[in-house]
Design a protein around this ligand. Sequence first.
Ligand code: ADP
Ligand code: MG
Length: 698
Amino acid sequence: MLNNPIEYIHGVSTQRGDMLRKELQIFTFNDLLNFFPIRHVDKTKVDKIADLTYNLEYAQVAGKITDMEIIGEKRGRRLIAHLKDDSGEEIELVWFQGINWIQKALQVGQQYLVFGKLSFFMNRPQIAHPEVETFSAQNATGKSFLEPIYSSTEKLKARGLNGRAIGKFTYALLQLVAEHDLSENLPESIIKKYKFISRFEAYRHIHFPASEKHFQHAVRRLKFEELFFAQLRLGLIKSTRHRFSKGLVFDKVGNLFNTFYNNYLPFQLTGAQKRVLKEVRKDAGSGKQMNRLLQGDVGSGKTIVALMMMLIAADNGFQSVMMAPTEILAQQHYNGITQLLKDMPVCVKMLSGSSKAKERREVLKLCEDGSLHILIGTHAVIEDKVLFKNLGFAIIDEQHKFGVAQRAQLWKKNTIPPHVLVMTATPIPRTLALTAYGDLDYSVMDELPPGRQPINTVHRFENKRSQVMDFIKEEIGKGRQAFIIYPLIEESSKMDYENLMKGYEEVKSFFPEPKYWISMVHGKMDAAQKEINMQRFVNKDTQIMVSTTVIEVGVNVPNATVMVIESAEKFGLSQLHQLRGRVGRGAEKSFCILLTGSKISNDGRERLKIMVATNDGFKIAEKDLEIRGPGDIEGTQQSGLLNFKLANIVNDKVILEAAREAAENIVENDPDIIVAENLPVKNYLHQQKGKTVWSKIS
Ligand code: ADP
Ligand code: MG
């Protein structure tokens, strides 16, 4: 029934059906049913003209037309009628278009019901282009429901299918739909607990609610449903993995790990690092496949955790791969890790898009014959050509640049899929992480290594530039280094590129050679050049790094203590936080200076304020979510995981948590969904198979 084509609805011709399919992707009854109105018009009451006030946006009145005349010339030509109701007052009705036709259609002395946007002219009420119906016993007290308005498109409107006309179809559709077509999909106890109206009722009232309150009930129930099933699906994927997946077993902590831990680990692990290591080890020893998300603030020390896990993998005879989103970052991981392991018998190689052919062949051979322990690289490491003898562990650093599809590609690299650890670049709010990544296990590193001082963040306007430069000079005088970052919204943008060059020249004039040396890195450079310039900065051959946001993720230069961000108002919060995280990595006090022009939007101002106020990535992530909404959080847009139709995970937090609790309860107590009360849930999941983004993940 719900899969019927929309042409089966009264009034939908083949032509209109085509339009609905093309313009709104409405193919079936079900699609139309789930095409929710954007707002409603309230014609349920008839107002007295005497009671109309300025704060009413729309009005519906009933009365007699007392007179009607066309006045004005040419463009000013209009039809004016007066309608008087039994309150004895009059309202003016005006038409600028279709005048002749309307004049013929209406009659002085007749009773009409009139609706439209209310305005006041010389203190007298007026409606321009009202909707007019002949007054009758049926409509005497107004409509029995709110009238839905749907979003439409220019093309549809041109064919007479405006947002209101679509309501005629939904109305006709709802006459055809019976209770059993929209059978219940929630367990009885949940319906009782939250006093939900039935699904059938909810669909009726979201389109044609008897009142605002009915509408709210419908929305609440349908939002719950949406959030409940989304989280249930991911929860079931996780549960299935925990119960049935086959995983490689890392059951021993061997020589490599112990030697490293005892002789080469350059510092004490933080409590959080130890805890996460334990969680990961437990998973990897369980015989089930691990799929874990590691959240940690910038600088919390995720890399060392990853490295130590790769050593455990090697101790158990498995190879590991670590994947980073950029060449620079992969290179830096490679340099750091080879440095730490330089006296150990561990074979570490790097592979990226710019690896030379000969080198690449060699690395591929080492992967395939099993002599390589650790492969570090960019996307290049998941290409089909890269074959492993025995891949056991995969780490995805700075997760948000990788999608679900790439994760899946990793799984195929061994007959039993490797354990996967996904590490985020900047924290995502917990609510969002649990919802978007509900199929993953979840670890948090909420502690920074000891001795870190909070980064002092300030906002300075353009006109203080020379003071800012003087400050950089002072820091360089103490042997420190500085980043100066320019926005490059699009890598190819010519204007941004020119800005960067201008900035570079300007910085150069403040910091002349040979006293000072400056590195520059930007997206238009080839990888080798980038690497050389970066390396000069890392080696302290240059004191200043002028760069675009290619430097954004991960880069580690502990001697850098100043981060200047140009046009800081153009950056998003998580990006600002990520950039700021490039300093404050050593023991010295560090500074972040947000430079802006004098014109800043309110949102921009808010972002700067938050940056100045806190160093805590988790707090910033929450604020970011509040300001931008979930759709804009990096990594979640493409995945579509948080594109709910009705629900909004920021504003509907309460419903979200209730739905999570309900979903978790089923995942925990009835993961095969066999308990009688949960059968509606099971049936619904079956019905929906293959229809949602969620179901494609598993
Ligand atoms: P992120 O979590 O942002 O990837 P990194 O792994 O790059 O952070 O670590 C940031 C810096 O902190 C590095 O210089 C690293 O060597 C250092 N570090 C990591 N763990 C500790 C620790 N327990 N004690 C001291 N320094 C640490
Ligand atoms: Mg990192």
